[in-house]
Design a protein around this ligand. Sequence first.
Ligand code: 13P
Length: 250
Amino acid sequence: MKKNIIIANWKMSLTDLEAIELSKKLVKKLKKQNEVDVAICPSHTALDRVASEIKRSEIKLGAQNCFWEDTGSFTGAISPKVLNELNCSYVIIGHSERREHLNETDGMVNKKVKAALANNLIPIICVGETFSERQEGHKDFKIMEQVSKAIKDVELNNKEIIIAYEPVWVIGSGQAVEPVEAEHTMQVIRQVIIDNFSPEIFDTQVRLIYGGSIDKDNILEFVNQPSIEGALVGGASLDVDKFVPIIDAK
Ligand code: 13P
């Protein structure tokens, strides 16, 4: 049985000292609970120190990006092998902010997914349509394309992946999409996963989560949908009093 997962994406919103402070508060405030997995994704520079803060808790560590090679002449890139050494369990790949500002393509996302899996990191693959793609009526096609390119020729063996559906136009807007609409998109993603892998793999090794203006007041409506198994949280993960209720929501 897969557990739901709540993942904090702290983006570039905190200094390293603020990230360490927030990790300390989270460790203190989070009740011991086995019902939901929890992961936090600070900036790369804070990973090592945040890892020390959370090592005796149930909170897992994630990174916000990685490169597709383990070592080599790639100035400024972050090795997935090093993320593994830093005790990361997860890595966010293909966030829309990287696709938009850094021209990250589906091909790069695919190479990063393979590199992450090879280094025993669980990739959190982000997909989502822009407002204009939606207005032009291409939403489902866009999602199918992004998911199928991200997992092209990926050998899962027994490893896990997470697909995060984040409609680009609601990120940071304070207004999430309708939960039933997110559920519809999850069904589209599910079909792509089944076509590329199998129903069994979908049931045991793939989790589908939603991201985009999640808060303590709307989280339940999302995770109560049949196919939504958690959330990727931006703004509301930066404040312990907003984030913990999302994890504890019942
Ligand atoms: P918000 O929760 O701030 O909308 O951000 C969502 C997001 O981009 C998480 O990756």
